[in-house]
Design a protein around this ligand. Structure first.
Ligand code: 5GP
Ligand code: ZN
Length: 114
């Protein structure tokens, strides 16, 4: 997906503050952080929305959540608490159409979300 911002980050064509990467996922700091820790965990593979997941992506999504939990622990938030969010399509506020798991931590997070 040559016109996808997050594919460009995966490929190194757009700079990002990378915090983690492995063979399946890349994680980087959100450019407009909504909490002291706000990281986006994305698959290297282009998938536009959660609606586009296939059964063979199950392990990939598991890897995204495990990477989020590992980063929350690394930053000392695993016991205090943290939030992991996928926004899907317009009413949820999805603006980049390459799935990304938001990891938010470091402040009290209200519920329900806005
Ligand atoms: P969404 O609204 O689609 O769930 O989340 C997209 C996120 O990507 C937003 O939190 C936004 O701040 C972040 N974002 C958009 N463009 C860039 C960018 O070029 N670099 C980084 N690091 N984050 C971005
Ligand atoms: Zn993409």
């Amino acid at each position: 997906m040559s016109d996808c911002l997050f594919c460009k980050i995966v490929e190194g064509g757009v700079p990002a503050a990378l915090v983690y990467q492995d063979e399946a996922v890349v994680a980087f700091k959100d450019i407009n952080p909504q909490a002291p820790l706000h990281v986006l965990i994305i698959p290297r593979k282009h998938i536009a929305t959660l609606n586009d997941l296939a059964p063979e992506d199950d392990a990939l999504v598991g890897s995204m959540f495990r990477a989020a939990a590992a980063m929350a622990k690394e930053h000392g938030y695993h016991a205090r608490g943290y939030r992991t969010v996928f926004n899907t399509n317009r009413e949820a506020g999805q603006t980049v159409f390459h799935i990304h798991l938001h990891l938010l931590a470091g402040r009290g997070l209200t519920w329900p979300p806005g």
